[in-house]
Design a binder for this molecule. Structure first.
Ligand code: ADP
Length: 628
């Protein structure tokens, strides 16, 4: 029989290159490296013996039978050794594969070694007679047993694949199957010797894909990165959770303090008490705005800050900013004015809340960092003529400038003002309250609206912050001059708060904290509403089963049965007379996306704590109107 040994020669050449490489440029002193080296040497041995036996079998008549038998037995031993090392190398990648899988492989290999040894005396597998190579019944036993090992190892790899990234497992499966596939091809073509080549080829893949030092370093770094990423994610999650609960824990008592304080301010006539209460109000509001800033920052950092665009009236924003800041400016003896282009459009489409927040941040900074002179907000509008859709959708740019005559900012600090949050000149500004979050948040909000923010400043002379925000025009009617309209507006709103009255209407407020109920009732005093209260979910269910209410105000977090569960029990009970009553959720849980979560639950409205009297009155009046 004639054998084609060209693939054996190719295998030997590949293996020599690999062996040299492994001992020089690719050398590392690791267990994995040693195993791959041993594998390469054992395949080299298989290839050489394969070639030699190919010749001795071919020229059987010139070689003694005993020598042929010994050489072929040695070939069988080298194959067994090669498989043993290969399986060991593979299982080395799966530390949790356990001792059992190693023991199973070893037992099969020992059995095979015993059969091959016995064959020397019995000829059960093969023998030589007068130079002729005779296969016996057990000839294929070595193939069968080696296949069992391959499949068993495959099973172990698949079972423990979570130990390694998917790419590594795939390469290892390839390493396992390449020699098997070459063996099958050899069994079909019989006289082409392919097995050793398959083994050399798989060693090549294994080495360059898994065992080169660079690749291993890369894998190690990737593993470390993965672990670091998980840790960072967990830390971020706990930060968000912490902030959510902190927000709730702090807002709940502030609700009580500010609410009670509102009542003191309203009912007290003693100027000293009013002064104390006013101080409580100021500090409470500052505390609240710090919490709101921290919440905004987490929303921005976690990518959960969403803009909620809607139609809005520019005058009402300017008016809010004016009302919110004028007292503080007056207290400091500063002139505070808002100027605008009277011909600019009056209504736009955008996120009113965030635009107001940007303006307020800049104005309150102006007031904080100005000791004498003035703070001025100028608002203008530039048409960009970019008509997107016929004449209905027109776009332009809102230009907001806040100019002060304050302490100014040094040139070297201007560059980093918006990027990193921090406070400048801590020693000079020691007495000015602040967290260093405001400008960073402002910058992020402007950026989200695809706008720009710039600052020009002269140290000790003053600063000018300019924000531009692209906005869609909704109503082109000129807004008019702010100061002229302000006078008219003051006349209209005076006396509105507390002026709506609804005698005969009945509402229910549910809150486990009694002081909150007191505050709530105080805020609606003067509306002549009948206000019932419940301090738990079950009590609320009982009351709502017996009395028809026009609105139910429900706290979310309550022990045992929370607001959401109570709400669903009322809504889902077909016999409940309040099944269709509007239910407003009152909650200190002002974290990311909560409003939409509550509305999706089915609540009619959402009011965050501390409850703002104006908001409560507006919502109550609106819902009562709808009930009529
Ligand atoms: P803070 O809460 O400290 O006011 P901000 O983020 O709003 O934080 O501002 C960051 C820093 O920028 C401030 O600490 C202050 O040093 C400086 N700054 C902001 N606005 C002005 C201004 N109008 N004039 C002078 N310095 C300002």
């Amino acid at each position: 029989m004639y054998y084609n040994i060209s693939f054996d020669i190719a295998a030997i050449l590949i293996l020599i290159v690999l062996a040299v490489g492994m001992n020089t440029v690719l050398y590392t002193d690791t267990h994995g490296h040693k195993l791959v080296c041993t594998y390469i040497y054992s395949v080299l041995l298989v290839s050489v013996l394969d070639m030699i036996t190919a010749y001795t079998i071919c020229y059987g008549n010139m070689v003694p039978d005993a020598l042929n038998l010994i050489l072929n037995t040695l070939y069988q031993y080298s194959s067994i050794l090669c498989v043993a090392v290969a399986m060991r190398t593979i299982l080395n990648y799966y530390p949790s594969s356990g001792r059992n899988s190693m023991i199973i492989n070893r037992s099969i290999l020992l059995l095979l070694t015993a059969i091959v040894t016995l064959n020397l005396f019995t000829g059960w597998m093969f023998r030589f007679e007068n130079g002729e190579y005779i296969h016996n019944k057990l000839y294929y036993i070595s193939y069968v047993l080696l296949l069992v090992i391959v499949f068993h190892t495959l099973y172990v790899v698949l079972k423990n694949r979570s130990d390694r990234p998917a790419t590594i497992s795939r390469i290892i499966i390839l390493f396992l199957f390449l020699p098997t596939i070459f063996t099958v091809i050899q069994m079909i073509f019989k006289n082409i010797l392919l097995i050793a080549f398959g083994e050399a080829f798989s060693a090549l893949i294994m080495l360059f894909a898994l065992e080169t030092p660079d690749y291993r370093k890369l894998m190690k770094t990737m593993n470390e990165l993965e672990i670091a990423r998980e840790e960072a994610n967990n830390a971020n999650m706990s930060k968000s959770d912490f902030l959510a609960s902190m927000s709730h824990e702090i807002r709940t008592p502030i609700n009580g303090i500010l609410g009670m304080n509102t009542m003191i301010l309203r009912d007290s006539e003693d100027p000293r008490i009013i002064e104390y209460a006013e101080n409580i109000r100021l500090s409470g509001n500052t505390l609240l705005s710090i919490i709101n800033d921290i919440l905004d920052l987490t929303k921005i950092e976690s990518g959960k800050m969403e803009l909620v665009p809607d139609n809005y009236d520019l005058f009402s924003i300017m008016n809010d900013c004016y009302q919110m800041n004028r007292m503080r400016a007056t207290d400091k003896g500063l002139a505070f004015t808002i100027e605008n282009d009277p011909d600019m459009p009056s209504e736009y489409f955008g996120d009113e809340v965030r635009i107001r927040q940007i303006m307020n941040n800049l104005i309150s900074n102006g007031i904080k960092y100005t000791h004498k002179g003035s703070v001025k907000m100028k608002i203008g509008f530039k048409e960009n003529g970019e008509i997107q859709n016929a004449d209905t959708e027109e776009y332009g740019t809102l230009i907001i400038s806040v100019i002060d005559t304050g302490i100014g900012i040094k040139k070297e600090d201007l560059g980093s003002l918006f990027k990193s949050f921090g406070r400048l000149e801590q020693s000079r500004n020691r007495n000015i309250e602040g967290t260093g979050l405001g400008l960073h948040i402002t910058h992020e909000l402007v950026y989200m609206m695809k706008g720009t923010i710039n600052v020009e400043s002269e140290y000790n002379t003053g600063s000018a912050f300019t924000v531009t925000i692209p906005q869609k025009i909704v109503n082109r009617t000129p807004v008019g001059a702010f100061d002229l309209r302000l006078n008219e507006h003051v006349n209209i709103v005076t006396g509105i708060a507390g002026s709506f009255k609804a005698p005969g209407k009945r509402i229910l407020v549910v809150d486990d904290v009694k002081v909150n109920i007191l505050v709530f009732k105080g805020l609606l005093k003067g509306t002549e509403l009948t206000i019932d209260s419940a301090t738990s979910g079950p009590e609320a269910l009982e009351m709502s089963a017996n009395t028809k209410y026009d609105i139910i105000f429900m706290d979310h977090l309550m022990p045992k049965m929370d607001g959401i569960e109570t709400f669903h029990k009322i809504r889902d009970n077909e016999n409940n007379i309040n099944r269709n009553t509007p239910v407003v959720v009152l909650t200190a849980n002002a974290i990311v996306g909560m409003k939409s979560t509550y509305l999706e639950e089915g609540f009619t409205e959402y009011i965050s704590k501390p409850v703002d009297q104006k908001e409560l009155l507006t919502v109550t009046e609106k819902l009562l109107d709808q009930v009529l």
